[in-house]
Design a protein around this ligand. Structure first.
Ligand SMILES: [Zn+2]
Length: 224
């Protein structure tokens, strides 16, 4: 399956790190790492078979671009050199950052709406591309209708966490290595609590490319 990285934007492939466990005589063990080390932070790692690693002569970086995920002999997910063309899913390294005192939210597509008015509690399913009403159809209140999102559709094989501040408590965000099925729409929303601004990007793997669009671009293009 093809490999993509989501960081500031989408890029093909992913960077590989090399770990040494000198006390065990292991050097340069290729690995994909998400998250970071520190207080209230942690790393997630997936081992990579050396044969799957490609050297980029221009940048000197080691990358993976096409892999197969299987369990190692110890039953842990590991990335192997791809031996068949698999376009039904892709592997995504989600290295989304966090904004200043911000957050990153990872969800599926829009599935419904609900009213925040406690006396109303209206909820309904909506088509993903449907317009969200400004006024609640049940209680008639303005700006009480929020969007309900589906759960993250990826199968995470590694999870890490990045943080902000020395204690990692100012802000935090999860990062993943995830297997994403073709045709599944997912969303990453980056926000900053300081400004209450947020920006959502929607993604969908079409079997070849990992396409990304903002909400308004998605409505305009009808790509997914
Ligand atoms: Zn209502």
């Amino acid at each position: 399956m093809k490999v993509f990285t989501i960081a500031e934007g989408v890029s093909p492939g992913a960077t590989v790190s090399f770990l040494n466990f000198e006390s065990a005589g292991i050097v340069n063990m290729p690995c994909v790492i998400v998250g970071e080390v520190g207080r209230n932070r942690f790393e997630g790692k997936v081992a990579v078979e050396p044969e799957a690693v490609e050297l980029d002569i221009d940048t000197g970086e080691s990358n993976i671009s096409d892999v197969r995920v299987a369990l190692s002999k110890d039953g842990v997910p590991k990335l192997y050199k791809a031996d068949i063309d698999d376009h039904e899913r892709c592997l995504i390294i989600v290295r989304t950052p966090i904004g200043f005192r911000g957050y990153a939210q990872h969800t599926g597509d829009r599935t419904g709406i609900f009213c925040t008015n406690e006396l109303c509690r209206y909820k309904a399913d909506i088509a993903p591309m449907a317009e969200v009403p400004q006024v609640c159809p049940s209680c008639g209140e303005e700006n009480t209708v929020l969007i309900k999102m589906a759960r993250w559709p990826g199968e995470n094989i590694a999870t890490g966490k990045i943080g902000e501040g020395p204690q990692g408590l100012t802000a935090g965000a999860m990062q993943f290595v995830t297997i994403m099925p073709k045709g599944e729409v997912f969303r990453i929303s980056l926000g900053s609590d300081g400004t209450k601004k947020s920006g959502s990007t929607y993604y969908c793997f079409d079997g070849e490319n990992l396409n990304s669009l903002t909400w308004s671009e998605r409505r305009l293009t009808e790509l997914f």
